[in-house]
Design a protein around this ligand. Structure first.
Ligand code: ADP
Length: 484
């Protein structure tokens, strides 16, 4: 068929409105008589045509599949929508195999669209991808082995020094010597932490990290974590508060060591970057699916906080907010990246909310198992009454039946929530943050059984109140109000 004069792609389908122009796949359009009206850049390159493919017949490209004669052209017998192996011919009559699918255009039903990929190129690319994948796996393996060897070699002398220092510390020593030995001991401990971090990081990066879930006593674990930090926290003159929701069962199934690792990292950071005020650790049960529960942890501090611009750097590897911080406080910047990877392995996510000089809230969620017969310890109505922190005695009687009040969605519950919320916002307006926190506790309990999105807002509201952030409180208040 003769090529039509002055016919270009853009005459028929302006490139701006036709997004397939830059597709890697070959895309051709032709009409019911087989006349090509569009060919994208890939077609033009592969078939070595310029703009002169439009106006030609589709049989020029696929002579083995379509007849050239206009009268004979018949798409009736062509299996539309099926991936088929065809042979595509270049302008210079050389050819190559393609995988092609032809469909009827939905926008212009009188048009057919042919999408094709070069089979040889696809196979070549597949082989290349496989080769690169193998090369990178090999490189990763070499790197992991190297890191494992180096960390082992480092650990041996560090532990040698540490052992000797501890032995010396047991002797009668003058004040100066003891002080120096304590510094060496602390340096060795820090060095061991860094070595462990590098080893964990390398294993996580190589995808070789396996969780080891087992049944353990959740509150005992928290007490252990608290014992790890309480001395350093109180030495700095800081307060420490820990709250654990009674809805979390006694025993849970999870990787205790790794949960401790995440908590240790967050609490060490909180302690490191806070010089006055308080550190809090709170844990809630936020969801349950069959025998799995979601635990939500909040570690808050009143420390130096983090700039908005620096927050997204936090969870990257080897990232510290700035050089002055690493000089002053030390560390490798791996801790939070490891926490993120561990939390994600445990099915959750880690986030931070913070403002410069106004403290930080690190939150993370994980999914853990509940042992057989270890149903969540749900509160009895009496316990509910005792544990609800009503701001004033008459509030408790407001709702009538306490069980009903607590059940999210009941009329009593929603009424109580609305009342408590309006009291809370009044306290916030009057900058009575302490009382606002009390109302917040009531709201938290009234939303304990609420859907996840409501609970999230309630938690964010709680954090905003703790940080006395007026704008955030009003925004979350509005968001929560919309649900009621
Ligand atoms: P490292 O392993 O060196 O402690 P992390 O990944 O734990 O590093 O933390 C990275 C950086 O994040 C810290 O150097 C600090 O700048 C910032 N950061 C982490 N936690 C806090 C916090 N609670 N308050 C302020 N800054 C923090």
């Amino acid at each position: 068929m003769e090529q039509k004069e002055n016919s270009t792609n853009t005459d028929i389908f302006p490139i701006g409105i036709f997004p397939v122009e830059d597709a890697l796949e070959m895309v051709l359009m032709f009409n019911q008589t087989g006349e090509i009206s569009y060919a994208n850049e890939t077609v033009r390159q592969k078939l070595e045509y310029d703009k002169d493919l439009c106006g030609r017949h589709i049989s020029v490209v696929f002579p083995n599949t379509f007849r050239a004669a206009e009268d004979d052209f018949d798409m009736e017998h062509f299996e539309l929508g099926i991936l088929q192996n065809l042979v595509a011919y270049r302008k210079n009559t050389t050819c190559f195999p393609v995988e092609a699918r032809i469909i009827k255009s939905e926008i212009c039903p009188e048009m057919y669209i042919c999408m094709a990929t070069d089979i040889l190129e696809k196979e070549y690319l597949g082989r290349e991808i496989e080769r690169i994948k193998q090369e990178s796996q090999e490189a990763m393996k070499v790197k992991s082995e190297f890191v494992a060897n180096v960390t082992h070699e480092l650990r041996t002398p560090v532990n040698g020094v540490l052992g000797n220092v501890r032995e010396l510390l047991e002797r009668e020593l003058d004040e100066g010597t003891e002080k120096s030995l304590r510094v060496i001991e602390r340096c060795c401990d820090d060095m061991n932490k860094i070595i462990n971090n590098i080893l964990d990081f390398s294993k996580l990066e190589a995808g070789k990290f396996n969780l080891e879930p087992r049944k353990f006593q959740f509150r005992n674990m928290l007490e252990y974590v608290k014992a790890n930090h309480i001395n350093k926290i109180t030495e700095k003159g800081l307060d420490f508060f820990m709250t654990v929701s009674p809805q979390i069962p006694e025993y849970i199934i999870g990787d205790e060591l790794r949960i401790v690792q995440v908590l240790n990292n967050l609490l060490s950071n909180a302690q490191k970057f806070t010089s006055w005020g308080k550190i809090t650790l709170e844990v809630f049960r936020t969801a349950q699916v069959n025998d799995k529960i979601e635990l939500f942890f909040i570690v808050s501090d009143t420390g130096i906080g983090i700039d908005a611009g620096d927050r997204n750097k936090l969870f990257q590897s080897f990232s510290q907010v700035d050089a002055s911080i690493s000089r002053k406080y030390g560390g490798t910047g791996l801790g939070l990246n490891i926490c993120k990877q561990l939390v994600e392995l445990m099915g959750g996510r880690i986030d931070v909310e913070s403002e410069k000089n106004r403290g930080s809230n690190f939150t993370f969620s994980i999914w853990v198992g509940v042992g057989e017969g270890e149903e969540a310890v749900l509160q009895r109505p009496d316990d509910v009454k005792n544990s609800m922190t009503f701001a004033s005695p008459e509030d408790a009687s407001d709702g009538g039946n306490l069980e009903n009040v607590r059940k999210y969605g009941t009329q009593d519950n929603q009424e109580n929530l609305r009342k408590t919320l309006s009291k809370l916002i009044l306290c916030v307006e009057m900058e009575n943050w302490e009382k606002a926190e009390m109302f917040m506790e009531t709201i938290r309990q009234l939303t304990e059984e609420a859907p996840w999105e409501v609970k999230r807002i309630a938690l964010r509201l709680k954090m905003a109140i703790q940080k006395e952030n007026y704008e955030k409180v009003t925004a979350e208040f509005e968001a929560l109000n919309r649900f009621l």
